[in-house]
Design a protein around this ligand. Structure first.
Ligand code: 13P
Length: 249
């Protein structure tokens, strides 16, 4: 059975004091839920977040990771470093990493493999740009992003994968994909995985939707059968909004 997940990607927001304040508020207001709740603060505050959430069910996760084990990669963070502070999950392939930091499918495939080898769980992001959707290419683009980075994995690795469909045109724009558009793409992703692997793997992988999820639209998006939760940006920075989104699931 796949799990329901609500994850907050804080991106490059919240300094130390703000991180502590938001975590304290979230932990206090966290509703009773069977969904997994995750937050991804910036690296400098990640260890603080892990410690401050010790008695909470909220999981502090990383926004990124390098593929190398260690070495001369100034400014980068390794899987071992994440594990050494108690982090068990990493977001990989976010469209902002792809667009602004040159992360290609090839790089992401390496990162995914390292994370799997190091027993980290992965929230793997992908999604088409507006031009792809307008030209009707969105299914092809999504299929190739998933295939290039993930389809060389062994079947056994899929238990460590969570997928996050984030259409680039819906990120931070206030324009969300409709619940129907999300469902249509998520069903397509499951079909693609069924063809490459099998129905069991496809049915057991959680597929999150990300892109302008807000308290007002979360319930409708989460009501779709192939949408297992959300990866939340802006609304995850406000405790009451994030809590309302968790309640929606
Ligand atoms: P917004 O919710 O701000 O659109 O961001 C989505 C996102 O990129 C989460 O990773």
């Amino acid at each position: 059975m796949r799990s329901k997940i609500v994850a907050g990607n804080w991106k490059m927001n919240k300094n130390l004091a703000e991180t502590e304040a938001l975590l304290t508020e979230l932990a206090a207001k966290l509703p009773d839920t069977t969904a997994e709740v995750m937050v991804a603060p910036t690296f400098v505050n990640l260890a603080t977040a892990v410690n401050s959430l010790e008695s909470s069910t909220i999981n502090a996760i990383a926004q990124n990771m390098h593929f190398a084990e260690s070495g001369a990669y100034t400014g980068e963070i390794s899987a071992d470093m994440l594990q050494s502070i108690g982090v068990d999950t990493v977001i990989l392939g976010h469209s902002e990493r792809r667009a602004y930091f040159g992360e290609t499918d090839e790089i992401l495939e390496k990162k995914v493999k390292t994370a799997i080898t190091k027993n980290l769980r992965i929230v793997f992001c992908f999604g088409e740009e507006l031009a792809d959707r307008k030209s009707g290419n969105h299914f092809k683009v999504v299929e190739s992003q998933i295939k290039n980075a993930l389809f060389s994995l062994d079947k056994s690795a899929w238990g460590s994968i969570v997928l996050a469909y984030e259409p680039v045109w819906a990120i931070g724009t206030g324009e969300t994909a409709s619940a129907e558009q999300a469902q249509e793409m998520h069903a397509f992703i499951r079909k693609t995985i069924t063809e490459a692997y099998n129905a069991e793997i496809a049915n057991n992988v959680s597929i999150l939707y990300g892109g302008s999820v807000k308290p007002a639209n979360a319930k409708e998006i989460f009501s779709k059968p192939d949408v297992d939760g959300g990866l939340i940006g802006g609304a995850a920075l406000v405790a009451d909004d994030f809590v309302a989104i968790i309640k929606a699931i």
